[in-house]
Design a binder for this molecule. Structure first.
Ligand SMILES: [Zn+2]
Length: 90
């Protein structure tokens, strides 16, 4: 029981996608504050996908979810980047 965790898969998808986007967009600040602000804004725009996982379990479903939500996640992240770029909190 104590090894079970409630997690939002969408968070993992956003995290992975953001790393990809930041690699391509060098003009975007990638400090911890900006990255987390971008993730928070993007995640508020996306539907959560909660799953129960066991501690240490590999995210085996993330690849199919990643493909399924890729376009929506990219759109939400780009929107969030523009917002954070205009008013960075760092
Ligand atoms: Zn920053």
């Amino acid at each position: 029981m104590s090894d079970l965790k409630l997690q939002n898969y969408m968070e993992k998808v956003v995290e992975k996608k953001l790393e990809e986007i930041l690699t391509d967009r060098k003009e975007v600040c990638d400090c911890q504050q900006c990255k987390l602000d971008i993730m928070a804004l993007a995640l508020n725009d996306l539907p959560p996908r909660y799953v129960v996982t066991e501690k240490g379990e590999v995210f085996s479903k993330i690849d199919s979810l990643f493909v399924q939500f890729s376009t929506d996640v990219t759109t939400a992240i780009i929107k969030a980047i523009d917002q954070v770029k205009t008013q960075p909190r760092h």
